[in-house]
Design a protein around this ligand. Structure first.
Ligand code: B3K
Ligand code: ZN
Length: 893
């Protein structure tokens, strides 16, 4: 397979101004007629050849240039290209007719069928699976699309833009013509034809225009799209209020489909969604589902400006639209719900998954330098780390400065395909600030490690923070340069109050309680003056940069103090996490030392177990009724194994898992009265109606976290209570939480609860995803047999991406089974990847990329050998997709 390099970017030799498409949809095949108006974009006199992207399953029926059929020697057709030559000077038209078979398309790229409906997914390079085209984002054109199909099975015919015409055709067929007035790259093209129900509402923009909003779904789900509709309306209002951005057409459509590789797609005025991110009801969806629907509906809507009106010049710039749009959706969700909890959740995700990616075999900068399959680079790094880089501009420029930068970005680039440098320049120019050093964040992979030490000089009343940074080497990038790192800092006095800050060189009369230090070099000192007492520093407030922070001399007492007093909720939570992390690290070291006792339990107990001071600190958090329940739930949660693994060379993941379980059990035992009190305090009143709002969700978060801990006791009374809760739950959040608390504890309650869940929800595929996921992820040793059994269950379908993710990605989290010492878990994953790859290469690649296979080097020697053997087996497979090849081959290096 051939890699594409960022350094090789060249503008296209021709541009396309107008696109006229006609789709003739039929059951046996689909005809696509495409009429394209080209104009020259080359230097010099002689028209160069025009290479159009295609795919071998797109059959070329006819091609004409300027109305004339092409002679056989004027074009060349290969598996991937149709190259036209001998072209006229100046502008000209090309007509292309192709034939495709969407009904046989299981890759879910291009045009395919889901539940009998025709749908498209073109990003990144799916349009070339429909017709020959300049399939690259810097070619922006205006589209008119005519769709023809049989009327009875396909009453709804949709494409981008406004409906221009529609009507009946002979033989029970009909047509619709759509026109999109905004130029767009072909990855934003969309078409839907099918039998769908519709919910309609409106939104009035601040300039008084009334926009029609339509959500389409299968008839059985249409009563569950209200939350998505409200989320859309909130997002439209928020983007006007916060960024002054108004919707630009009179119609906005969302279509929910059940077979979709990703979460959703921002096609111009015709967003297509994975149904699990549109459909929501209290009985079938958890609080997390409600929050995700709100966030993703907003995300796709926000793309209308950040992605569609201003798009990417090439796919290496993907973070230009994705990092920025993730930042926007994070801020939206923070404004709609609890800002503190949203930030903690986002940081947790970044540290659990993105940090692991950044230290693994697929590590890449937010703007990658090369790819084989672009679809492999829709990553946590490009999205979530990319959002952190945008957040740093916001932190440095302030909300108002950031807004100015956004205004300038749109003023300069509306209607263009641009680069990350253009975005950074707009941010810099709006406030006249030099941000050129931030270029390093776009080019350098890996998570910087920052070390900070503080020194108080009582006589001089100064407090000096010395900060240094280094980024560990990553594959293909051994030398790292310093990057600019904003470190938001506060200083706490002995009574827990914030001290006013006077930063040397930064005096401006004000004495804020948070200052943003900018660490630019490898090492730097920052001096605070007029510091009246020895302070406890609160560092990296709000997680002001995507780094790993080590604080020299920060002892447990200081951390307990910060956990109790810090006014910055992120740092307060972080203090607790640091205490738990260092405990887990110490206990792991003991547990891994087989000389120290027979069992893991014995060895960790010998190392002192869980100290009373830590239990006391967590007890105080649990008992504080003034705290947001979701914050408390996060504060008593243990850091994920994946966060710890990076700091334990040659880790034995099962021992680490056992240590985490041990700590969870100890906490449950010692905090039992407080956990039970928390459940009592937060339990819903009988008959209480469900509401997904932040306050109600926060109560459920605390209750269900407490129930999870209590479940860890494996106590018969608790087991009976949990089974009762699965039966009496009035909403899915409580039902699934009770089941999750039972799932790791074999016994009659577990079996009954699983059986009853299935009986209750066997008609609801979206709910069965939870049922599959919870079983596949169970930590019960020897669970692999049960997981294999699920593959043959009538509820499971290998062709459905959601089902694959629920089963296989959940299994990856079942440490004792996935990492089983005999290698059976790895073999199962490899078998499954190979099987899925024949059906859907994107799903197979995601299974490979989400697994420990991309982090082979982090594990003990025996497991490394077992994983490598499976990777070799995958790579030896005939007909392996380029998608899986790229990830598996990088993982073996
Ligand atoms: N832009 C799409 C993702 C497309 C994935 C292509 N493999 C969804 C989003 O980020 O909004
Ligand atoms: Zn996006």
């Amino acid at each position: 397979p051939q890699a594409v390099y960022r350094k090789d970017y060249k503008p296209p030799p021709y541009l396309i101004e107008r696109v006229h498409l006609t789709f003739v949809l039929n059951e046996d095949s689909t005809r696509v007629l495409s009429r394209l108006s080209f104009k020259p974009n080359y230097d010099g006199e002689a028209p160069p050849p025009l290479p159009l992207d295609g795919r071998k399953d797109v059959k070329l029926v006819a091609v004409k240039v300027a109305g004339e059929a092409l002679a056989a020697d004027s074009y060349e057709l290969t598996d991937k290209k149709l190259t036209l030559s001998g072209l006229p000077k100046g502008a000209f038209e090309v007509e292309i007719e192709t034939e495709i078979k969407p009904q046989e398309n299981t890759s879910l790229e291009g045009l395919y069928k889901s539940s009998g409906n025709f749908v498209t997914q073109c990003e990144a390079e799916g349009f070339r699976g429909i017709t020959f085209f300049l399939d690259r984002p810097d070619v922006m054109a205006k589209y008119t699309t005519r769709v023809e199909a049989a009327k009875e099975p396909y009453p709804v015919l949709l494409s981008n833009g406004n409906l221009l015409d529609s009507g009946d055709l002979p033989d029970g067929r009909h047509f619709a013509v759509w026109e999109d007035p905004f130029p767009k790259p072909c990855y934003l093209f969309a078409l839907v034809a099918g039998s769908l129900s519709l919910k309609e509402d409106t939104f009035t923009t601040r300039s008084g225009r009334s926009i029609t909003l339509r959500i389409y779904a299968e008839a059985k789900d249409i009563d569950k799209v209200g939350h998505a509709m409200r989320s859309l309306q909130k997002a439209m209002k928020w983007d006007e209020d916060v960024f002054g951005l108004e919707y630009d057409l009179d119609l906005f459509n969302i279509v929910a489909v059940s077979d979709f590789n990703m979460g959703a797609m921002e096609n111009k005025s015709l967003n297509i969604f994975n149904s699990r991110l549109v459909i929501a009801s209290p009985a079938t969806s958890s609080d997390l589902d409600f929050a995700r629907v709100e966030g993703v509906v907003a995300h796709e809507y926000f793309h209308n400006w950040t992605g569609n009106r201003v798009t990417c010049r090439d796919w290496f710039q993907l973070t230009l639209k994705e990092g920025l749009t993730v930042f926007r959706d994070q801020e939206f969700s923070a404004d709609m719900n609890s800002r503190a909890v949203k930030r903690i959740d986002d940081v947790t995700r970044l540290r659990t998954a993105q940090f692991a990616e950044d230290s693994g075999a697929m590590s890449h900068p937010i703007r990658p330098d090369k790819y084989i399959k672009m679809d492999n680079f829709y990553t946590l790094t490009v999205y979530e780390k990319g959002a952190e880089i945008v957040r740093m501009y916001n932190t440095l420029l302030g909300k108002e400065g950031f807004r100015k930068g956004m205004d300038l970005y749109f003023q300069r680039h509306d209607g263009q395909a641009v680069t990350c440098d253009d975005f950074r320049a707009a941010m810099a120019d709006a406030k006249g600030r030099d941000l050129s050093a931030f270029a390093a964040w776009y080019g350098q992979a890996g998570t910087p490690q920052v070390t900070v030490a503080g020194e108080y000089d009582a006589a001089a009343r100064t407090f000096t923070l010395s900060a240094s940074q280094r980024t560990p080497p990553t594959p293909g990038q051994s030398d790292k340069a310093p990057v600019p790192i904003p470190i938001a800092v506060g200083l706490l006095g002995a009574d827990g109050q914030e001290l006013p800050l006077h930063l040397k060189g930064h005096e401006n009369g004000a004495a804020p309680t948070t200052e943003v230090l900018l660490l630019e070099g490898a090492q730097q000192e920052f001096v605070f003056t007029e510091v009246s007492e020895r302070p406890v520093p609160s560092l990296l407030r709000g997680f002001s940069a995507p780094v790993k922070l080590e604080v020299e001399g920060q002892d447990e007492e200081q951390l307990r103090f910060l956990l109790a007093h810090d006014s910055d909720p992120f740092c307060r939570w972080e203090a607790g996490q640091r205490l738990l992390r260092s405990l887990l690290m110490a206990l792991y070291a003991a547990a891994a030392d087989t000389a120290k006792g027979e069992s893991v339990e014995e060895r960790v107990a010998g190392a002192g177990g869980v100290p009373e001071a830590l239990v006391g600190a967590l007890r105080a958090v649990l008992d504080d009724p003034s705290l947001d329940g979701a914050f408390v739930a996060a504060a008593i949660s243990l850091p994920s194994a994946s966060e710890l693994i990076d700091d334990i060379p040659g880790v034995d993941p099962v021992v680490l898992h056992d240590v985490r379980q041990y700590v969870a059990r100890q906490l449950a035992e010692q905090l039992r009265p407080e956990l039970e009190a928390a459940v009592k305090r937060t339990d819903s009143a009988p008959g209480e109606a469900y509401s997904p709002d932040a306050a109600s969700a926060a109560r459920r978060a605390l209750k269900n976290r407490a129930l999870y801990y209590l479940g860890e006791l494996g106590d018969a009374e608790v087991g009976a209570d949990l089974l009762r809760r699965t039966r009496e739950a009035t909403n899915m959040t409580d039902h699934i939480a009770a089941l999750a608390a039972l799932i790791d504890h074999p016994g009659a309650e577990r079996d009954t609860a699983l059986q009853e869940f299935y009986e209750a929800w066997k008609g609801e595929p979206l709910v069965l995803l939870k049922w599959i996921g919870i079983q596949a992820g169970a930590h019960v040793p020897g669970n692999l047999g049960a997981v294999k059994g699920l593959l043959g269950h009538p509820a499971f379908a290998l062709s459905n991406p959601n089902m694959c993710y629920a089963l296989f990605l959940s299994f990856l989290r079942s440490t004792p089974n996935f990492h089983a010492a005999d290698g059976s878990g790895y073999a199962f994953l490899a078998d499954s990847i190979l099987q899925v790859d024949k059906v859907n290469r994107q799903v197979a690649a995601r299974m490979t990329g989400s697994s420990a296979f991309t982090s082979v080097r982090k594990f003990d020697a025996r497991r490394q050998g077992l994983m490598r053997a499976q990777l070799q087996r995958i790579l030896a497979q005939d007909g392996l997709s380029e998608n899986v090849y790229e990830i598996a081959s990088s993982s073996l290096q």
